[in-house]
Design a protein around this ligand. Structure first.
Ligand SMILES: [Zn+2]
Length: 338
C-alpha cells in the first residue's frame, strides 16, 4: 500500500516555507496542477490490486481534501497579511497639517491692466483687441503720421517688410474700429507694442499700452477731461486731482498729457513725483479731423477723444518700481510681492 504520509509531510514541509501568495500558488500547482503530485498519485491506481483500489481512491480523496483546505486557509492568511501591509503603508494621519501647494497668480502688469479695463467697462467702454503686426496705413498713415515723421524711422520701428511693422502703439485699433463702425464708438483696447529702443531701466523694445477712443456727436474736451478725471479717481482714490498740460500728437488736436496728484505724498512733494506733487499718467486729445476723414467719418458731424497709457509706467509708479526690466525677468522674489 502507498504511504500517503510521505507526500503529506512533503506538502507540509513546503507549506512551512511559503511566505507569500506567489509561492503558495507555485505549491498549489506542484500538488494540484495537471502534472501535480495528486494527479500522478491518481495514475498509480492502475497498479493497485483490484480489491485495494477503493481504499486507495478514498485515501487520495481524503488527502486531496485535507491539502486543499490547507492551501485555501494559507491563502486567506497570506492575503490578509498583504492587505494589512498595504493598509499600513496607505494609512493617513488626518491630524497632520495639510501640504502647502503654491498657487499661481496674475502678473502685476495683468493686475494693473485688469483694473484699468474694469474702470472703463463700468463707464460703458467695450474691450477690443488689436494686432501685433499692422500695415503702414493703419499704424501710421491713418493716424496722420506722415512719411517724414521720425516715428516711421527704422531706428524706432521694427519693420517686418516694406509695408508691415510690429505695432508701435495701440492706436491702430482706432482706425480698424472706425473703418468698420459708425459712431457712437466707445472702445478700450489693451495691447503689446514694440519699439526698437535700447534696453535700460526705463526702456524695453516691447511693452504694454491701453488705448481708449470715444467718438459721437458733440463730444468736447470737457468730456475727455471728465472721463479721464473719473478714471484717475477710481484708480488712485477719490481725492486724486488731475491736470492737463498741452502736448503734441499727430493724431489728436488739441493734445494733452494728463498728470495725477502724487498718490504717495498727496501733492506735497516727494521722491516719486520728483517734488512736483504730480505724476505724468497718460497722453490724450481730441481725435484729429484728418484721422476722422481718413476713415470716412465727417468731422463736422462727429467728434471724439482718444487716450493712451503705458501699463509698465503706471505699475512702476503705483508700486515704486525703479527698473522696467523687473517685469520681464520672471524672478519670483519680485513677482510674489504683488
Ligand atoms: Zn509725491
Amino acid at each position: 500500500m502507498f504511504d500517503f504520509n510521505d507526500l503529506r509531510k512533503k506538502f507540509f514541509d513546503l507549506l512551512d516555507g511559503v511566505d507569500n501568495l506567489k509561492k503558495l500558488e507555485e505549491l498549489r500547482i506542484k500538488f494540484f496542477g495537471k502534472n501535480g503530485e495528486i494527479k500522478n498519485l491518481m495514475c498509480e491506481i492502475k497498479n493497485i490490486a483490484t480489491e485495494n483500489k477503493k481504499e486507495f481512491g478514498s485515501q487520495i480523496n481524503n488527502l486531496k481534501s485535507e491539502l486543499e483546505l490547507k492551501v485555501s486557509e494559507a491563502k486567506k492568511k497570506l492575503h490578509d497579511a498583504e492587505q494589512n501591509i498595504r493598509f499600513e503603508s496607505e494609512k493617513i494621519d488626518i491630524s497632520l497639517p495639510g501640504k502647502y501647494k503654491k498657487l499661481g497668480k496674475l502678473h502685476v502688469l495683468s493686475m494693473v491692466e485688469n483694473e484699468i479695463i474694469n474702470i472703463f467697462i463700468q463707464m460703458g467702454f467695450e474691450v477690443v483687441n488689436g494686432f501685433n503686426i499692422e500695415d503702414i496705413e493703419h499704424n501710421f498713415t491713418g493716424l496722420n503720421i506722415d512719411e517724414k515723421h521720425p516715428a516711421r524711422d527704422e531706428q524706432d520701428t521694427f519693420y517686418i517688410d516694406k509695408n508691415h511693422v510690429l505695432v508701435t502703439a495701440t492706436s491702430p485699433i482706432q482706425i480698424r474700429v472706425m473703418e468698420k463702425r459708425k459712431p457712437p464708438i466707445k472702445i478700450i483696447s489693451p495691447g503689446t507694442v514694440y519699439r526698437s529702443d535700447e534696453i535700460d531701466a526705463t526702456h524695453t523694445p516691447m511693452f504694454n499700452q491701453v488705448e481708449g477712443l470715444l467718438v459721437d456727436k458733440n463730444i468736447s474736451m470737457s468730456d475727455l477731461r471728465g472721463t479721464l478725471d473719473l478714471f484717475a479717481k477710481k484708480l488712485f482714490g477719490s481725492e486724486t486731482k488731475t491736470r492737463f498740460r498741452p502736448h503734441y500728437f499727430p493724431f489728436t488736436e488739441p493734445s494733452a498729457e494728463m498728470d495725477v496728484s502724487c498718490f504717495v505724498c498727496k501733492g506735497s512733494g516727494c521722491k516719486v513725483c520728483k517734488n512736483t506733487g504730480f505724476i505724468e499718467l497718460l497722453g490724450c486729445g481730441m481725435v484729429h479731423p484728418t484721422v476722422l476723414k481718413n476713415v470716412n467719418i465727417d468731422p463736422d458731424e462727429f467728434s471724439g477723444f482718444a487716450f493712451g497709457m503705458g501699463l509698465e509706467r503706471i505699475a512702476m509708479q503705483c508700486f515704486g518700481i525703479n527698473d522696467i526690466r523687473l517685469f520681464y525677468e520672471n524672478d519670483l522674489r519680485f513677482l510674489e510681492q504683488f
